[in-house]
Design a protein around this ligand. Structure first.
Ligand code: ATP
Length: 316
């Protein structure tokens, strides 16, 4: 559909060094380092209030940092290169309010006029799969369609780097999928993405690398599989009982890597469920323990977050 963006995967597209943002009574970002490579989808995953949006706002030049460095394509904001940087990025913030009375086509045409180069209006409408809605006014669109228009506005200037701040929050699963498809196409065309989300499925599905962020700091970073492997045991057995569970005895079983407590539940980290489960059940039988709950699942990024912080990504 479009000219590919040339990608040198070794090249650093953006960089933050010891980035800090303090408001009067809160430190929103408390020293973040990150490096973004061309062609990558980099995810900032964390709960509400972790500092994800503020990090993006500093990277895209919407708010100045209190201290630290943001480098975009080797340039810093406020040093005479702002227009150049702006022309090379696209941004979708959490809430995009566009003019209600304009049609989809008019919105895209207006934003296209802001850029010296980019996609044609037809290309963008095609990319968004909004052909049947091109004459519909913005206020007549569903939430998912509005979000696709916001993506179109961000993509019309053919950016090299796309920032997506919680792009699918509040969307139904189908609308979420269509946003993912547009982003995936952009990546196939060579684009680089920074995505913030508190949906671990979204981070696992979309991102090559993830930084888990909590209280304004990166607490772990890596590929989704590296982060999960670091848990020690890629499958989990959750047990709950009214009787006391002997965590030390259970973690001493050869098939069990380690145990953690999650509320009233004891979680066993294991590598191979079929090997691990029989000795666990045997131990419980011998100890005469009745279970009120037993469940198993493959470890997820949420488990990584819980093991690092003791709480879930969605816990308020
Ligand atoms: P969410 O997923 O809820 O958007 P987030 O991870 O994006 O969360 P931020 O929006 O970056 O988090 O907020 C980080 C912290 O900074 C929060 O405690 C928030 O209340 C605070 N904060 C953000 N913007 C401002 C502001 N303009 N003035 C004061 N405090 C702010």
């Amino acid at each position: 559909m479009s000219a590919r963006i040339p990608v040198d995967t070794a090249s650093c597209v953006a960089r933050c060094v010891d980035l800090v943002k303090r408001y009067a009574d809160v430190t929103a970002v408390a020293g973040i380092d990150l490096e973004l490579r061309a062609g990558q989808c980099f995810g900032l995953l964390g709960p509400n209030g972790a500092g994800k949006t503020t990090t993006i706002e500093m990277m895209v030049g919407l708010t100045p940092c209190t201290s630290g460095v943001v480098e975009m394509f080797g340039m810093r904001w406020g040093t005479g290169h702002d227009a150049d940087i702006r022309g090379r990025i696209g941004v979708v913030l959490q809430e995009t309010q566009l003019a209600d009375k304009l049609t989809v086509e008019e919105v895209i045409r207006m934003f296209r006029s802001f850029y010296p180069r980019g996609h044609s209006v037809d290309q963008v409408i095609d990319m968004l799969a909004l052909g049947p809605k091109r004459k519909a006014r913005y206020h007549q669109l569903s939430g998912g369609q509005k979000q696709r228009v916001a993506l179109g506005v961000a993509l019309v200037g053919q950016p090299e780097l796309l920032f997506l701040d919680e792009p699918t929050t509040g969307l139904d699963p189908q609308a979420r999928m269509s946003v993912w498809e547009i982003v995936e196409q952009y990546r196939r065309d060579g684009g680089t993405v920074v995505l913030t989300t508190h949906y671990m499925e979204e981070a696992a599905h979309m991102c090559d690398r993830i930084a888990i962020i909590d209280h304004g700091k990166i607490i772990a970073a890596g590929t989704p599989s590296e982060l999960i492997a670091a848990l020690g045991g890629t499958q989990l057995i959750e047990l709950e009982s009214d009787q006391e569970l002997d965590a030390a005895a259970l973690s001493a079983l050869p098939s069990v890597h380690s145990t953690t407590n999650r509320g009233r539940r004891l979680v066993l980290h294991v590598d191979a469920m079929t090997k691990a489960l029989p000795p666990v059940l045997e131990h419980l039988q011998r100890a005469d323990v009745e279970l009120s709950h037993l469940s198993t699942h493959d470890a997820t990024l949420d488990d990584v977050f819980v093991s690092l912080t003791g709480r879930g990504l969605r816990d308020e």
